[in-house]
Write a protein that binds this ligand. Sequence first.
Ligand SMILES: Cc1cc2nc3c(=O)[nH]c(=O)nc-3n(C[C@H](O)[C@H](O)[C@H](O)COP(=O)(O)OP(=O)(O)OC[C@H]3O[C@@H](n4cnc5c(N)ncnc54)[C@H](O)[C@@H]3O)c2cc1C
Length: 496
Amino acid sequence: MHMTEHSELTDRMAPWRTELRNEIGAKARTAIPRAKMPQLDAAYRVGTLTEEVNQGLSSGQAVLEATRCLDCPTPTCMEGCPVSIEIPSFIKNIQRGRADLASDVLRMTSALPAVCGRVCPQERQCESRCIYHKMGKEPVAIGYLERFAADMERALEKMGLRGATERGERGNGIRVAVAGSGPAGLSFAGEMARRGFEVDVFEALHEIGGVLKYGIPEFRLPNEIVDAELANLRKAGVRFHTNTVIGKTLSYDELLNEGFRGIFVASGAGLPRFMGVPGENLCGIMSSNEYLTRINLMGAGRAGYATPVAKGHRVAVIGGGNTAMDSVRTALRMGAERAMIVYRRSEAEMPARVEEVHHAKEEGVEFLTLCNPVEYLGDEKGRVRAMRVQRMELGEPDASGRRRPVAIAGAVDEIEIDEVIVSVGVSPNPLIPDTIDGLDVTERGTIAVNAGLRSSIHTIFAGGDIVRGGATVILAMGDGRKAAASMAEQLLNTEK
Ligand SMILES: Cc1cc2nc3c(=O)[nH]c(=O)nc-3n(C[C@H](O)[C@H](O)[C@H](O)COP(=O)(O)OP(=O)(O)OC[C@H]3O[C@@H](n4cnc5c(N)ncnc54)[C@H](O)[C@@H]3O)c2cc1C
C-alpha cells in the first residue's frame, strides 16, 4: 500500500469513526474489563512442544475489546510503537466487524503482523502508552487485537475470500540480494519486491525465518504463521536460497558479479556469549542458541529425527530474557523434573516479556533471582552435577538504568543440576564483516550504518540485530523497511 492510499484510507474512515465514538459513551467503554487471552491449561501444555499456549481471542471477545478503545484524538499508543502502526484505525475496524480492513491498516507499516501480535513486548511499547493507564485501568489489549486481525486475514485467504496481501509494482529489473532471512531480511525483501525490484534472499541455514524459526519455539510462534508470510513473499516474486552462507559459499564480489546492485545484510546476532566461569566447559552445559536450534530446527528429541540433545532432569537456565524463558519452558517440555531460571537481578529488571515470565511460572518454572553462577562442578565423567551460586542484592543503578547487582559476601549456595543452558546474550556474527574489505564495524562488532542504514560501502545496507546487537522483531522489521526505502531511492536515482 502506498502513502497516498494510506492517508486516503484514514480519511475514508473518519465519518464512521466519529459515529462509533458517539454510539457508545466513554463511560460504558471504560467499564468493559480487558479481554482475557484463552490459553491452554498449564498442566496439559507442558506436555507439548508444538501446541500454541495462547489460543487467540474469539470474534466476540475481539469486538468487545476493540470497543474499549477510546479512539483518542492524539493516540499516544502510536508513539509507543517502533513502526508507528495506526493503532486506533485498525482497532476501530475490528469494532465495526471489518477485520479485513484492520489487517490492511496493519500491513501499511508492518510486514509480519501475525508474528508481532504474538511476540512484541506490547506492555513496554504501545500498551504502556494507552490512555487507560491514566485512569488506573488495564490498557487496551492492542497485541491481542493485532494478532486477531492478522489471523483473520490468514483465515480469509485460506477460504479464498481475500487475495494475496503482497502486490508488486511493475518490475524494474534491478536485482538486490539479502543476506539472512530473519524479520529484518524478510521485511526488506517484501518491501523491495513491492517496489518492483528482483529480490533474492540467501540464508545460511536450511530453513527460512531466522530466529522466528530456530529460536522462538512453536508453543509461542507456530511455524505455520511464519510459513504463511513466506508464501506471501514468494507470491510477490521473492526467491529464497537456503544453505548459502554469504562470505563463505558466496562472496560479496560474486554477488556483484551475478548482477546484484544492492545488498542488504540482515545476518542477525547469533553468536552466543558465555560467562567464563570455572567449569563452563563441562558436558551438559550449552548455549540457549544451540539448545533451541537443535530442538526447534533439527527436531532433536522428536520421533524420526537424528539430531541428539541432552535431556536434563534438573535444568538451570542462566539469564532473564526471552531466550532464557523459551529455553526453560522448552526444557520442561523435554521432560525436566526441575527447571530453574537463575538471574542475577530481581524479577523487576528481567528483560523478558511479562507474559512469558507469567506463563513460565504457571508451568512450574522456579525463579532463582538475585543469584549468579560462579562455578560449575563436574562428576568423574566430566558431566556437570552442581553449580555454586552467589547470592546478590541490588545496589545503585548502572549505565542501563537498572539497579546493579552486588554480591553478598559469603552468601554462596550449591545447587544440584545436570544440565545448564547459558542465555546471557549474543554478539553479532563476524563472518560477513570479516570477509568484506572496507566494511566498517563498531567496537561491539555491529555493522556501522548511517541514518538511512547504508554502510561504509555504498552498495551495502544493513539492519536488524547485525546493527543493533540483540534487539526485537519489530525493530528488525522496521529496519528492513527503512533500508528498502533508502536503497530503492539510491538505486532508482542512479538509474536515471
Ligand atoms: C530465543 C529467542 C526468543 C526471542 N523472543 C523475542 C520476542 O518474544 N519478541 C521479540 O520482539 N524479539 C524476540 N527475540 C529477538 C528477535 O528474535 C531478534 O531481535 C530478531 O529476530 C532479529 O532479526 P534479524 O532479522 O536481525 O536476525 P535473525 O532473526 O537472527 O536472522 C538472521 C538470519 O541470518 C542468517 N545468517 C547469518 N549469517 C549469515 C550469512 N553469512 N549468510 C546468510 N545468512 C546468514 C541466520 O542463519 C539467520 O537466519 C528473541 C530472540 C531469541 C533468540
